[in-house]
Design a protein around this ligand. Structure first.
Ligand SMILES: Cc1cc2nc3c(=O)[nH]c(=O)nc-3n(C[C@H](O)[C@H](O)[C@H](O)COP(=O)(O)OP(=O)(O)OC[C@H]3O[C@@H](n4cnc5c(N)ncnc54)[C@H](O)[C@@H]3O)c2cc1C
Length: 288
């Protein structure tokens, strides 16, 4: 039976970034992806925003990785010419409830060590974004946008150049934990199956990561790894040049999501979204 050191399941941005980072280790690494190419699921269906870690609770893994990750991501983009832009993000609110939400964000960001967040006077905010109406404005200067496909392509190419083996249209359908190896069974495009051994398995299967965890016997319900799908939809503005939007513009987040925001993209377009709705199955069709 064939054997590798590391098998990475899933070639979204996470699997690709891991494969690129590990490719310097002189290990035999394989990436298994069920789609015909990389980044065809969540990683190509998002706002492409570089977040600054202002919402997550202090000392949480999300807070720490978001704050540090933002710096590393800007560094990586500058070093390797990955298209990105530090636009800054304006969070807009009104009323008593809005004021309390903005104050909480500000306080939380400070506690997490994000020092550059600042309240803007109405006049300054109007000057920044004349088309945006609101009463209260919080500005996060370090937020930005990135061309997520270029980022994924960079990770893919750098991993490939250092001998990571990518297999597309191949789905992991079974994982048996042995000692010291895992035995992985994959389904090939012709429907046949093939098994090989790996010393380590990395589950970067995104929305399918609970199913992959279950393949190896993890009870996702018990372990609280169960995924609850939440569908988001975006709309592209037909005439973006009619608006003078230069920054990311957000409402305060709700308990469930970040709220429908306006996102300029690298191509000069403007997107509105996503909305958020809990669903039973994955379905990428737009429902409006
Ligand atoms: C609406 C929305 C907006 C977002 N906006 C932002 C944003 O602005 N900024 C930000 O930083 N993040 C944002 N995110 C989050 C970000 O998009 C995700 O965290 C990220 O894309 C997850 O990447 P991933 O590699 O884990 O998953 P995915 O991109 O889903 O990749 C998982 C891969 O695993 C493969 N796979 C699954 N099961 C198997 C199997 N059994 N065998 C082989 N392959 C398998 C899949 O085909 C897929 O390619 C947003 C998310 C959503 C939903």
């Amino acid at each position: 039976m064939e054997e590798v050191d590391i098998a990475i399941i899933g070639a979204g941005v996470i699997g690709l970034a891991i494969s690129s980072a590990l490719s310097g280790l002189d290990k035999d690494i394989i990436v298994i992806e069920k789609n015909p190419s990389f980044g065809q699921e969540t990683s190509s269906r998002n706002s492409e925003v570089i977040h600054t870690g202002i919402y997550y609770p202090k000392n949480s893994l999300k807070s720490e990785t978001c704050i540090r990750g933002k710096e590393l991501l800007y560094e990586l983009c500058s070093k390797h010419g990955i298209p990105h832009r530090k636009l800054g993000k304006l969070i807009v609110a009104s009323g008593k409830e809005g004021a309390s939400k903005l104050n909480n964000i500000y306080k939380n960001a400070k506690e997490c060590g994000v020092e550059d967040l600042r309240f803007l006077e109405k006049k300054a905010a109007r000057k920044m974004e004349p088309d945006i109406k609101g009463e209260l404005f919080l500005f996060s200067p370090e937020a930005g946008i990135i061309d997520s496909h270029s980022l994924m392509k960079f990770f893919f190419q750098s991993a490939k150049e250092r001998n990571v083996n990518f297999t597309f249209s191949v789905e992991a359908v079974g994982i048996k934990k042995g000692n010291p190896h895992y035995e992985i069974t994959v389904k090939e495009p012709d429907g046949g199956t093939f098994s090989f051994r790996a010393r380590a398995v990395i589950n970067s299967a995104g929305l399918f990561s609970d199913r992959v965890a279950e393949l190896v016997g993890i009870d996702c319900k018990k372990s609280h790894y169960e995924i609850h799908y939440c569908k988001g939809q975006y709309f592209r503005m037909r005439n973006p040049k009619k608006f003078s939007i230069k920054h990311l513009v957000y409402p305060p987040p709700t308990e469930r999501d970040l709220g429908i925001h306006i996102t300029p993209d690298m191509a000069g377009g403007l997107r509105l979204g996503p909305d958020a709705k809990y669903v039973e199955d994955i379905d990428y069709n737009v429902l409006y």
